[in-house]
Design a binder for this molecule. Structure first.
Ligand SMILES: Cc1cc2nc3c(=O)[nH]c(=O)nc-3n(C[C@H](O)[C@H](O)[C@H](O)COP(=O)(O)OP(=O)(O)OC[C@H]3O[C@@H](n4cnc5c(N)ncnc54)[C@H](O)[C@@H]3O)c2cc1C
Length: 466
């Protein structure tokens, strides 16, 4: 896509917060931890991973004392600000699964499918209205080489049990009215959800089951005390037998996680609700999720009230693993997104952008989370969902609980679970390594050729994605 950034300010009226927060309860609802508390399980982090950990632990063992410690408020981070694409994949897509775990891909696909079915079931049984719609998605090709790549991908999907349809130029434009697209792949599995409504629903369920949540309670350290662990926060501490770290890309409480997880910022826009005429002008009658096929991809979808959420493309790593609220707005990335939107849907030239935001993703070099234990098996971690955690965080939470229990399960024997990621180099090499890889990915998007750097990284099972 065109790289120059339009100077007119298309974003003048865009509110600096996720559209999902409109009308939702945001901010802390629970007190901060004060004094000393006892627990059987402490979950650090109040996003999907942490909430699912609490829910699954209490469903399996209703008597357990489960405490969730969240440094900010539940849903403030990625879980309350993502695109809401629900993917069955536990491997960051079939192609990546085929490259990394060909022998166990069918089993990973089966468990991923079951994971989404069970999420839908939990939401239905507990009356959680998170606008979950299992409408699948279409991946869209913007260049002839992407058309070819999508066509070639069809047999791989079919071999591993996914029904997909290749769409030629006319078919794709009959569905989505934009001359930007030259072909597509209609994938029937997965769907869309309202991410903040999902957080709030899971929070309610966790509390109903007995979890005690503390907000504005950053965990500053974990130490062994006798046979137990002490989890320290600013104004209190918890004495517990077990801990799960569900801290995403935030500075890790275990040193080893620093080399595996990279914080990468992803940026998003939302438009005003479309009128019936505007909706007619773009087609999109199946209301499915849409993504581009390239390395630097946009993802876009409609909301309950027929806005368009349009995000992705840039994936920005800030030097030194920088992370913080000041990085959630990036004019250059937001303007580029606005420009790409106008180029893709020129018929919506007058549609204003009403929201803009960003969020941090926990990227690993293998694009899937890493799992493990510390403190003699009393602490487990599940981090590194690399931009595809809306559904797979539930799987990750279950793996963390399996590891704590010491039980072998259908999850813990997967190489995708037991294996590790190639570590990222430390600074000052980390930032230039990421930038070089991003540039190589952008070149591949333009030319369709995978250059030497990317082919070498492929050989070592290393990549950069969001
Ligand atoms: C803009 C954006 C778009 C995305 N789009 C999609 C999508 O469409 N589909 C998809 O599948 N995935 C998507 N993702 C990824 C998905 O949102 C994440 O994988 C998922 O939300 C991760 O959940 P989590 O609970 O692990 O992390 P988080 O939601 O980040 O929660 C971790 C929590 O831990 C807390 N924490 C960290 N350190 C501490 C500490 N020391 N003490 C106490 N608390 C701590 C943080 O404050 C945070 O609330 C997107 C992500 C972003 C940012």
């Amino acid at each position: 896509m065109e790289q120059s950034v339009r100077t007119t300010d298309d974003l003048r009226d865009a509110e600096p917060r996720p559209v999902w927060w409109d009308g939702a309860h945001t901010g802390p609802q629970a007190p901060a931890l004060r004094g000393r508390v006892n627990a059987d399980l402490v979950v650090v982090g109040g996003g999907y991973t942490g909430l699912w950990t609490a829910i699954e632990a209490l469903t399996a063992d209703p008597g357990r004392r489960v405490v969730v410690l969240e440094q900010s408020w539940v849903g403030a981070a990625a879980s309350g600000r993502n695109g809401g694409f629900v993917s069955e994949s536990l491997t960051h897509g079939i192609a990546h699964g085929l490259a990394r775990w060909p022998d166990e891909l069918d089993e990973l696909q089966r468990q991923g499918r079951q994971n989404v079915e069970q999420i839908a079931d939990v939401l239905q049984r507990n009356h959680i209205d998170a606008d979950l719609r299992l409408v699948g998605k279409t991946t869209l090709a913007r260049t002839p080489h992407e058309v070819e790549a999508l066509r070639l991908a069809v047999p791989g999907y079919a071999r591993h049990g996914e029904a997909v349809e290749f769409l030629d130029r006319d078919q794709v434009r009959a569905d989505i009215h934009s001359t930007a697209f030259h072909g597509g792949l209609r994938i029937r599995s997965g769907g869309l959800v309202d991410p903040m409504a999902l957080v709030l629903g899971l929070r309610r369920l966790a509390e109903q089951l007995g979890a005690v949540i503390f907000e504005r309670s950053p965990v500053t350290g974990i130490t062994r005390t006798g046979g137990n662990l002490t989890v320290r926060s600013t104004h209190g501490e918890v004495d517990t037998s077990h801990v799960v770290l569900a801290t995403n890309a935030y500075p890790p409480l275990l040193r080893r996680l620093k080399s595996w997880v990279l914080p990468v910022y992803d940026y998003v826009l939302a438009t005003a609700p479309l009128t019936t005429g505007q909706l007619d002008s773009i087609g999109w009658s199946q209301n499915q999720g849409l993504t581009d096929a390239g390395n630097q991809f946009h993802y876009f979808r409609r909301t309950r009230d027929d806005r368009i959420v349009w995000g992705g493309y840039d994936a920005i790593y800030h030097y030194g693993d920088a992370i913080g609220p000041e990085l959630e707005l990036r004019d250059r990335s937001h303007r580029l997104l606005a420009q790409h939107f106008r180029e893709t849907f020129p018929q919506l030239a007058d549609l204003p952008f009403t929201h803009r935001w960003g969020g941090v993703i926990d990227t690993t070099s293998r694009f899937t989370p890493i799992f493990g234990t510390a403190f003699n098996g009393r602490l487990a971690y599940a981090v590194g969902f690399t931009g595809l955690g809306v559904a797979s965080t539930r799987f990750g939470a279950r793996v963390a609980l399996d590891l704590l229990s010491g039980r072998e399960t259908e999850r813990t024997c997967l190489r995708a679970v037991t294996g590790s990621a190639v570590p990222f180099p430390p600074e000052p090499l980390r930032w230039p390594a990421v930038e070089m890889t991003r540039a190589a990915l952008a070149r591949e998007d333009e030319t369709g050729r995978r250059g030497l750097l990317l082919r070498t990284l492929d050989r070592f099972g290393v990549g950069f994605n969001s």
